[in-house]
Design a protein around this ligand. Structure first.
Ligand code: PGA
Ligand code: ZN
Length: 426
């Protein structure tokens, strides 16, 4: 039973404040919840409560959310069994009373929700994936790993937010990491040789210096070749366009080369890219309000490409249901802090799977040293994980954790790699 819930400010991978929650049980067992934070956030996400005083931590402190955990939430959950995850999340949602968790803050609620799950696993003495998945999680996810970072994560060095690699041909989890290692470093060498590498972006991918949004494709393909792989066979390209950031309600705009597109023209461009390059997956190719383009794109490319809604769905069950009914995508990006509780996140994954769509469990651009999402991906047999690039420990901790989970599962672990796409592609 919960005796005490504490919270305090820690710092994320960008050095911005976030909160850590500590749950303490009557028997002394503890568990923690560390809350991540996005930069290219969707307008339909649950509210991340920040204090907003520009003089204090540039407005980014989370003392109000911390206070809410220590007072209102702690009082409501005192004496409750830590195994009542659903009931605990429901209690907090009701206590908040809003649809977007804006009273208590989604960061406050999620911190407690994650800490409760970790504490419960600690009481049982089992790994988090085993607890969260009731022992049914066994699928080691295929990684989607960023090679170049742009958009809001690299001061608009490119308009496209992520150019990622998926090692579709890998036979084992270890092989996906080895292939990514080879391609990530080859890409860095290619870019440095051309004088086009500025450094690394928020999620650890190379921060490029290009004139157009297509040049990164050349680097990518050259790096794949240099690393000894065949694009379209061993590996494929994945993109996160994060297009809500490019759309002003009428037109899509590229800052890099000053181009603008009507929704129809932008849809044509996305279709053309998918025909020209070995793209297996594309996330948020359109704004979260531009349903018409999503629908048209799905009609043309939905049987060849994984079409992921991130800002489109914001891990929100009602929005995912609407997307399924209207066939807007065939995959959902899953982020705990977009919706703000462990229970709702798991429900979103199950809903996605029950529609025959693919979930992709994802980190945020502002991350912590915690690997909760690696466990979540295995627990739910989600099949895919997206954590940014192949550098910086807040990213590597998630990839590395799946090596440990695989070892802990032993014979029970399965890996199907690129075959996961058989579920949605023709
Ligand atoms: P964010 O980026 O965490 O800044 O929202 C990740 C993404 O768009 O997938
Ligand atoms: Zn995204």
């Amino acid at each position: 039973k919960i005796k005490e819930i504490d919270a305090y400010q820690i710092y994320d991978s960008r050095g911005f404040p976030t909160l850590e929650v500590e749950v303490i049980l009557e028997n002394g067992i503890k568990g923690y919840g560390l809350v991540p934070s996005g930069a290219s956030t969707g307008q339909f996400e649950a509210l991340e409560l920040r204090d907003g005083d520009k003089e204090v931590f540039r407005g980014k402190s989370v003392f109000k959310a911390i206070e809410n955990v220590k007072t209102l939430i702690a009082e409501a959950l005192k004496g409750v069994s830590v195994f009542e995850q659903e009931q605990i999340d429901k209690t907090m949602i009701e206590l908040d009373g809003t649809t977007n968790k804006s009273n208590l803050g989604a960061n406050a609620i999620l911190g407690v929700s994650m800490a409760v799950a970790n504490t419960a696993a600690n009481v049982k003495g089992v790994p988090l994936y085993e607890y969260l998945g009731n022992g049914e999680g066994h699928l080691i996810p295929l990684n989607e790993i960023q090679i170049l970072g742009g958009g809001a994560h690299a001061a608009w060095a490119t308009d496209i937010q992520d150019y990622l690699v998926i090692a579709t041909g890998a036979k084992t989890y270890e092989e996906t990491l080895e292939m990514t290692h080879n391609i990530y470093h080859a890409a860095g060498e290619v870019m440095k040789a051309r004088g086009k590498c500025v450094g690394i972006a928020d999620e650890g991918g190379w921060w490029p210096d290009y004139e157009t949004n297509e040049e990164p494709f050349d680097v990518f393909l050259e790096a794949v070749e240099k690393a000894g792989y065949i694009a379209g066979k061993d590996v494929a390209i994945s993109l996160d366009i994060a297009a809500s950031d490019l759309f002003d309600g009428e037109k899509y705009r590229f800052r890099l080369d000053n181009k603008e597109f009507t929704p129809d023209e932008f849809c044509d461009l996305m279709i053309a890219w998918c025909e020209k390059y070995p793209i297996i997956s594309i996330e948020d190719p359109f704004a979260d309000t531009d349903f018409k383009s999503w629908k048209r794109f799905m009609e043309v490319c939905g049987n060849k490409v994984q079409v992921i809604g991130d800002d489109l769905f914001t891990t929100n069950i009602e929005r995912i249901k609407e997307g399924i009914a209207n066939e807007l995508a065939n995959s959902v990006l899953i982020k705990l802090n977009q919706i703000g509780s462990v229970t709702e996140t798991i429900q979103a994954i199950k809903l996605t799977q029950s529609a025959g769509w693919l979930p992709v469990v994802s980190a945020r651009s502002g991350e912590t040293e915690d690997a909760f999402i690696s466990h979540l991906a295995v627990a739910t047999n989600a099949g895919q994980l997206k954590v940014g690039s192949f550098a910086r420990s807040e990213r590597m901790v998630k990839w590395n954790e799946n090596i440990r989970i695989q070892r802990s599962l032993g014979d029970k672990a399965t890996f199907i790699g690129g075959k996961i796409y058989d579920i949605i592609l023709e």
